[in-house]
Design a binder for this molecule. Structure first.
Ligand SMILES: *Cc1c(COP(=O)(O)O)cnc(C)c1O
Length: 330
Protein backbone atom coordinates (compact mmCIF):
# COMPACT_ATOMS: atom_id res chain seq x y z
CA UNK A 1 0.00 0.00 0.00
CA UNK A 2 1.11 3.56 -0.58
CA UNK A 3 -0.26 6.76 0.88
CA UNK A 4 -1.18 9.50 -1.58
CA UNK A 5 0.26 12.99 -1.01
CA UNK A 6 -1.98 16.06 -0.63
CA UNK A 7 -4.11 16.97 -3.65
CA UNK A 8 -6.53 19.71 -4.75
CA UNK A 9 -9.92 18.36 -5.88
CA UNK A 10 -10.35 19.30 -9.56
CA UNK A 11 -11.30 16.15 -11.47
CA UNK A 12 -14.68 14.47 -11.60
CA UNK A 13 -13.55 11.10 -10.35
CA UNK A 14 -13.99 8.17 -10.12
CA UNK A 15 -14.66 8.00 -13.86
CA UNK A 16 -16.78 5.15 -15.26
CA UNK A 17 -15.33 1.90 -16.54
CA UNK A 18 -17.47 0.85 -19.51
CA UNK A 19 -17.44 -2.13 -21.81
CA UNK A 20 -17.07 -1.17 -25.47
CA UNK A 21 -18.99 -3.15 -28.08
CA UNK A 22 -16.69 -2.59 -31.00
CA UNK A 23 -15.76 -6.02 -32.31
CA UNK A 24 -18.60 -8.52 -32.34
CA UNK A 25 -16.18 -11.42 -32.30
CA UNK A 26 -16.07 -14.10 -29.61
CA UNK A 27 -12.40 -14.81 -30.19
CA UNK A 28 -11.63 -11.25 -29.10
CA UNK A 29 -10.97 -10.12 -25.52
CA UNK A 30 -13.56 -7.85 -23.97
CA UNK A 31 -12.52 -4.20 -24.29
CA UNK A 32 -13.20 -1.91 -21.34
CA UNK A 33 -12.83 1.87 -21.52
CA UNK A 34 -11.74 3.83 -18.44
CA UNK A 35 -13.51 7.08 -19.26
CA UNK A 36 -10.91 9.65 -18.25
CA UNK A 37 -12.20 11.72 -21.13
CA UNK A 38 -15.00 12.42 -18.63
CA UNK A 39 -12.90 13.90 -15.81
CA UNK A 40 -14.55 17.23 -16.68
CA UNK A 41 -16.01 19.24 -19.52
CA UNK A 42 -13.43 21.85 -20.54
CA UNK A 43 -11.16 20.57 -17.81
CA UNK A 44 -11.21 17.03 -19.19
CA UNK A 45 -8.72 14.25 -19.87
CA UNK A 46 -5.72 12.86 -18.05
CA UNK A 47 -3.91 16.10 -17.21
CA UNK A 48 -6.44 17.20 -14.62
CA UNK A 49 -5.66 14.09 -12.54
CA UNK A 50 -1.98 15.05 -12.54
CA UNK A 51 -2.73 18.72 -11.87
CA UNK A 52 -4.61 17.79 -8.68
CA UNK A 53 -1.25 16.85 -7.14
CA UNK A 54 0.88 19.44 -8.95
CA UNK A 55 -1.33 22.36 -7.94
CA UNK A 56 -1.50 21.24 -4.31
CA UNK A 57 2.29 21.14 -4.29
CA UNK A 58 2.58 24.53 -6.03
CA UNK A 59 0.14 26.22 -3.64
CA UNK A 60 1.93 24.80 -0.62
CA UNK A 61 5.15 26.33 -1.88
CA UNK A 62 3.40 29.70 -2.18
CA UNK A 63 2.99 29.84 -5.95
CA UNK A 64 0.57 32.35 -7.48
CA UNK A 65 1.60 31.64 -11.08
CA UNK A 66 1.88 28.47 -13.14
CA UNK A 67 4.26 28.32 -16.10
CA UNK A 68 4.09 25.37 -18.45
CA UNK A 69 4.76 24.32 -22.03
CA UNK A 70 3.67 22.10 -24.89
CA UNK A 71 2.58 22.03 -28.50
CA UNK A 72 0.14 24.57 -29.90
CA UNK A 73 -2.69 22.05 -29.36
CA UNK A 74 -1.46 20.82 -25.98
CA UNK A 75 -4.24 19.32 -23.86
CA UNK A 76 -2.00 19.79 -20.84
CA UNK A 77 -1.65 23.54 -21.46
CA UNK A 78 -5.41 23.88 -21.96
CA UNK A 79 -6.08 22.02 -18.70
CA UNK A 80 -3.54 24.18 -16.86
CA UNK A 81 -5.10 27.36 -18.28
CA UNK A 82 -8.53 26.31 -17.01
CA UNK A 83 -7.21 25.20 -13.61
CA UNK A 84 -5.51 28.57 -13.21
CA UNK A 85 -8.70 30.40 -14.11
CA UNK A 86 -10.64 28.29 -11.63
CA UNK A 87 -8.20 28.75 -8.74
CA UNK A 88 -7.19 32.35 -9.40
CA UNK A 89 -3.63 31.52 -10.42
CA UNK A 90 -1.93 33.30 -13.31
CA UNK A 91 -1.01 30.93 -16.14
CA UNK A 92 1.80 31.48 -18.64
CA UNK A 93 2.07 29.08 -21.57
CA UNK A 94 5.12 28.53 -23.77
CA UNK A 95 3.86 26.86 -26.94
CA UNK A 96 5.68 25.14 -29.79
CA UNK A 97 4.39 26.15 -33.21
CA UNK A 98 3.14 23.33 -35.39
CA UNK A 99 0.89 23.29 -38.44
CA UNK A 100 -1.32 26.34 -38.89
CA UNK A 101 -1.76 29.40 -36.71
CA UNK A 102 -5.52 29.15 -36.47
CA UNK A 103 -7.00 29.85 -33.03
CA UNK A 104 -8.73 26.53 -32.73
CA UNK A 105 -9.28 23.53 -30.44
CA UNK A 106 -7.18 23.67 -27.27
CA UNK A 107 -5.52 26.94 -28.29
CA UNK A 108 -8.92 28.59 -28.49
CA UNK A 109 -9.68 27.49 -24.93
CA UNK A 110 -6.27 28.73 -23.70
CA UNK A 111 -7.35 32.13 -24.98
CA UNK A 112 -10.82 31.92 -23.45
CA UNK A 113 -9.25 31.02 -20.11
CA UNK A 114 -7.14 34.18 -20.22
CA UNK A 115 -3.73 32.50 -20.19
CA UNK A 116 -0.67 34.48 -21.26
CA UNK A 117 0.53 32.78 -24.44
CA UNK A 118 3.93 32.87 -26.09
CA UNK A 119 4.75 30.83 -29.18
CA UNK A 120 8.12 29.74 -30.54
CA UNK A 121 9.25 27.95 -33.68
CA UNK A 122 9.83 24.23 -33.20
CA UNK A 123 13.59 24.79 -33.51
CA UNK A 124 13.77 27.58 -30.97
CA UNK A 125 11.48 25.71 -28.59
CA UNK A 126 13.55 22.56 -28.73
CA UNK A 127 16.85 24.36 -28.31
CA UNK A 128 15.80 26.75 -25.54
CA UNK A 129 12.85 25.32 -23.63
CA UNK A 130 14.55 24.96 -20.25
CA UNK A 131 16.08 28.43 -20.48
CA UNK A 132 12.77 29.94 -21.50
CA UNK A 133 10.95 28.35 -18.56
CA UNK A 134 13.64 29.42 -16.09
CA UNK A 135 13.76 32.94 -17.55
CA UNK A 136 9.99 33.43 -17.31
CA UNK A 137 10.04 32.18 -13.71
CA UNK A 138 12.73 34.76 -12.94
CA UNK A 139 10.75 37.50 -14.70
CA UNK A 140 7.74 36.79 -12.49
CA UNK A 141 9.92 36.70 -9.42
CA UNK A 142 11.24 40.17 -10.22
CA UNK A 143 7.60 41.32 -10.39
CA UNK A 144 7.06 40.00 -6.87
CA UNK A 145 5.25 36.86 -7.94
CA UNK A 146 6.06 33.21 -7.23
CA UNK A 147 5.92 30.92 -10.23
CA UNK A 148 5.82 27.15 -10.28
CA UNK A 149 7.14 25.58 -13.49
CA UNK A 150 5.26 22.46 -14.57
CA UNK A 151 7.24 20.28 -16.99
CA UNK A 152 5.80 18.94 -20.28
CA UNK A 153 2.58 17.04 -19.64
CA UNK A 154 2.98 17.46 -15.85
CA UNK A 155 5.00 14.24 -16.09
CA UNK A 156 7.24 14.38 -13.08
CA UNK A 157 7.42 12.78 -9.63
CA UNK A 158 4.46 14.91 -8.48
CA UNK A 159 2.16 14.60 -11.50
CA UNK A 160 2.41 10.83 -11.78
CA UNK A 161 0.52 10.53 -8.48
CA UNK A 162 -2.61 11.27 -10.51
CA UNK A 163 -2.25 7.90 -12.20
CA UNK A 164 -1.04 6.06 -9.12
CA UNK A 165 -4.40 7.11 -7.74
CA UNK A 166 -6.17 6.05 -10.94
CA UNK A 167 -4.62 2.57 -10.60
CA UNK A 168 -6.19 2.39 -7.15
CA UNK A 169 -9.52 3.43 -8.69
CA UNK A 170 -9.15 0.74 -11.37
CA UNK A 171 -8.59 -1.87 -8.69
CA UNK A 172 -12.01 -1.12 -7.25
CA UNK A 173 -13.56 -0.92 -10.76
CA UNK A 174 -12.25 -4.43 -11.38
CA UNK A 175 -13.70 -5.69 -8.11
CA UNK A 176 -17.08 -4.16 -8.88
CA UNK A 177 -17.17 -5.76 -12.33
CA UNK A 178 -15.68 -9.03 -11.08
CA UNK A 179 -12.93 -8.94 -13.71
CA UNK A 180 -9.18 -9.42 -13.53
CA UNK A 181 -7.90 -7.78 -16.72
CA UNK A 182 -4.74 -8.96 -18.43
CA UNK A 183 -3.77 -5.57 -19.79
CA UNK A 184 -4.15 -1.86 -19.08
CA UNK A 185 -3.34 0.27 -22.14
CA UNK A 186 -2.80 4.02 -22.41
CA UNK A 187 -1.41 6.45 -24.96
CA UNK A 188 2.01 7.72 -23.93
CA UNK A 189 3.28 11.16 -24.92
CA UNK A 190 5.33 12.52 -22.02
CA UNK A 191 5.28 9.26 -20.09
CA UNK A 192 3.62 10.28 -16.84
CA UNK A 193 0.33 8.46 -17.29
CA UNK A 194 2.17 5.25 -18.13
CA UNK A 195 4.60 5.78 -15.24
CA UNK A 196 1.81 6.41 -12.74
CA UNK A 197 -0.27 3.45 -13.89
CA UNK A 198 2.79 1.20 -13.86
CA UNK A 199 3.81 2.28 -10.36
CA UNK A 200 0.24 2.22 -9.08
CA UNK A 201 -0.53 -1.13 -10.69
CA UNK A 202 2.56 -2.61 -9.05
CA UNK A 203 1.93 -1.01 -5.66
CA UNK A 204 -1.72 -2.12 -5.64
CA UNK A 205 -0.91 -5.64 -6.79
CA UNK A 206 -2.92 -5.54 -10.04
CA UNK A 207 -2.19 -8.55 -12.20
CA UNK A 208 -2.73 -6.53 -15.40
CA UNK A 209 0.35 -5.51 -17.34
CA UNK A 210 0.44 -1.79 -18.13
CA UNK A 211 1.35 -1.04 -21.75
CA UNK A 212 1.99 2.44 -23.09
CA UNK A 213 1.43 3.01 -26.81
CA UNK A 214 3.84 5.74 -27.87
CA UNK A 215 2.57 8.69 -29.93
CA UNK A 216 6.09 10.11 -30.47
CA UNK A 217 9.71 9.10 -29.74
CA UNK A 218 10.34 5.37 -29.25
CA UNK A 219 9.97 2.54 -26.75
CA UNK A 220 13.47 2.95 -25.31
CA UNK A 221 12.84 6.59 -24.63
CA UNK A 222 9.58 5.95 -22.76
CA UNK A 223 10.94 2.96 -20.86
CA UNK A 224 13.72 5.21 -19.56
CA UNK A 225 11.42 8.20 -18.97
CA UNK A 226 8.90 6.17 -16.98
CA UNK A 227 11.66 4.59 -14.88
CA UNK A 228 13.11 8.06 -14.18
CA UNK A 229 9.73 9.46 -13.08
CA UNK A 230 9.08 6.40 -10.90
CA UNK A 231 12.56 6.48 -9.34
CA UNK A 232 12.26 10.19 -8.53
CA UNK A 233 8.83 9.60 -7.02
CA UNK A 234 10.08 6.69 -4.89
CA UNK A 235 13.00 8.84 -3.70
CA UNK A 236 11.06 12.07 -3.10
CA UNK A 237 8.22 10.40 -1.20
CA UNK A 238 10.35 7.70 0.43
CA UNK A 239 8.25 4.82 -0.86
CA UNK A 240 9.19 1.29 0.16
CA UNK A 241 9.38 0.17 -3.48
CA UNK A 242 12.29 -0.88 -5.68
CA UNK A 243 11.74 1.02 -8.97
CA UNK A 244 13.62 -1.69 -10.87
CA UNK A 245 10.87 -4.17 -10.00
CA UNK A 246 8.08 -2.08 -11.55
CA UNK A 247 7.30 -3.57 -14.99
CA UNK A 248 7.40 -0.94 -17.76
CA UNK A 249 6.30 -1.81 -21.30
CA UNK A 250 6.07 0.48 -24.34
CA UNK A 251 4.91 -0.27 -27.88
CA UNK A 252 6.14 2.15 -30.54
CA UNK A 253 4.79 0.64 -33.77
CA UNK A 254 1.95 3.10 -34.34
CA UNK A 255 3.58 6.53 -34.00
CA UNK A 256 3.39 7.07 -37.77
CA UNK A 257 5.27 10.05 -39.27
CA UNK A 258 5.59 11.83 -35.91
CA UNK A 259 3.93 13.59 -33.00
CA UNK A 260 0.50 14.96 -33.90
CA UNK A 261 0.94 13.80 -37.51
CA UNK A 262 -1.72 11.33 -38.59
CA UNK A 263 -2.00 8.66 -41.28
CA UNK A 264 -4.96 7.28 -43.27
CA UNK A 265 -5.53 4.13 -41.14
CA UNK A 266 -5.66 6.33 -38.05
CA UNK A 267 -8.34 8.64 -39.42
CA UNK A 268 -10.28 5.60 -40.68
CA UNK A 269 -10.09 4.05 -37.22
CA UNK A 270 -11.32 7.20 -35.48
CA UNK A 271 -14.25 7.40 -37.85
CA UNK A 272 -15.00 3.69 -37.52
CA UNK A 273 -15.00 3.80 -33.71
CA UNK A 274 -17.14 6.95 -33.61
CA UNK A 275 -19.69 5.63 -36.09
CA UNK A 276 -19.97 2.17 -34.54
CA UNK A 277 -19.74 2.93 -30.83
CA UNK A 278 -20.28 6.68 -30.29
CA UNK A 279 -16.87 7.00 -28.65
CA UNK A 280 -14.71 9.94 -29.74
CA UNK A 281 -10.97 9.37 -30.04
CA UNK A 282 -8.43 12.06 -30.93
CA UNK A 283 -5.80 11.89 -33.69
CA UNK A 284 -2.81 12.81 -31.50
CA UNK A 285 -3.08 10.39 -28.58
CA UNK A 286 -6.03 8.07 -27.98
CA UNK A 287 -6.64 7.38 -31.67
CA UNK A 288 -3.07 6.18 -32.26
CA UNK A 289 -3.02 4.10 -29.09
CA UNK A 290 -6.43 2.54 -29.66
CA UNK A 291 -5.66 1.85 -33.31
CA UNK A 292 -2.40 0.19 -32.27
CA UNK A 293 -4.14 -1.92 -29.65
CA UNK A 294 -6.77 -3.10 -32.16
CA UNK A 295 -4.09 -4.00 -34.74
CA UNK A 296 -2.05 -5.87 -32.12
CA UNK A 297 -5.08 -7.83 -30.87
CA UNK A 298 -5.97 -8.73 -34.47
CA UNK A 299 -2.37 -9.88 -35.04
CA UNK A 300 -2.59 -12.21 -32.02
CA UNK A 301 -0.13 -10.28 -29.84
CA UNK A 302 -2.38 -10.60 -26.79
CA UNK A 303 -3.86 -14.01 -27.51
CA UNK A 304 -5.30 -15.55 -24.36
CA UNK A 305 -6.23 -12.15 -22.89
CA UNK A 306 -9.84 -12.10 -21.69
CA UNK A 307 -10.23 -8.50 -20.58
CA UNK A 308 -8.29 -5.46 -21.75
CA UNK A 309 -8.70 -1.98 -20.31
CA UNK A 310 -8.05 1.06 -22.48
CA UNK A 311 -7.59 4.27 -20.49
CA UNK A 312 -9.26 6.99 -22.56
CA UNK A 313 -7.08 9.95 -21.69
CA UNK A 314 -9.25 12.58 -23.43
CA UNK A 315 -8.00 14.93 -26.13
CA UNK A 316 -11.33 15.58 -27.80
CA UNK A 317 -10.51 19.24 -28.57
CA UNK A 318 -7.52 18.06 -30.63
CA UNK A 319 -9.96 16.35 -32.96
CA UNK A 320 -11.28 19.73 -34.11
CA UNK A 321 -7.79 21.00 -34.94
CA UNK A 322 -7.39 18.14 -37.47
CA UNK A 323 -10.91 18.11 -38.87
CA UNK A 324 -9.85 18.70 -42.47
CA UNK A 325 -7.88 15.41 -42.47
CA UNK A 326 -11.20 13.54 -42.42
CA UNK A 327 -12.29 15.02 -45.72
CA UNK A 328 -15.96 15.55 -44.87
CA UNK A 329 -18.02 17.95 -46.94
CA UNK A 330 -21.68 18.73 -47.42
C1 LIG B 1 -1.05 14.15 -22.63
C2 LIG B 1 -1.98 13.15 -23.18
C3 LIG B 1 -1.66 11.79 -23.23
C4 LIG B 1 -0.34 11.26 -22.84
O1 LIG B 1 -0.12 11.26 -21.46
P1 LIG B 1 1.33 11.44 -20.91
O2 LIG B 1 1.17 11.29 -19.46
O3 LIG B 1 1.78 12.80 -21.34
O4 LIG B 1 2.19 10.38 -21.53
C5 LIG B 1 -2.60 10.90 -23.70
N1 LIG B 1 -3.80 11.33 -24.15
C6 LIG B 1 -4.14 12.62 -24.14
C7 LIG B 1 -5.45 13.00 -24.69
C8 LIG B 1 -3.25 13.58 -23.66
O5 LIG B 1 -3.59 14.87 -23.66
Amino acid sequence: MITLPASTALAHIPTPLEQLNYRDDRSWPRIWIKRDDLTGSGLSGNKVRKLEFVVAHAKRSGADTLITCGGLQSNHCRATALVGARLGLKVHLILREEGGREIEGNLFIDNLAGATIETFSAQEYQANLNNLLAQRAKDYQSQGRTAHVIPTGASDEIGIWGYVKCAQELKSDFQQNAIDPDLIVCATGSGGTQAGLSLGGYAHGLSARVVGYAVCDDADYFNRKALTDITRCVDAYELAIDPQLVPITTVDDYVGPGYAVGYPELYDRIKDVASRTGLLLDPVYTGKAFHGLMCDIAAGKYSGAKDIVFVHTGGTFGLFAQKTAFGFSL
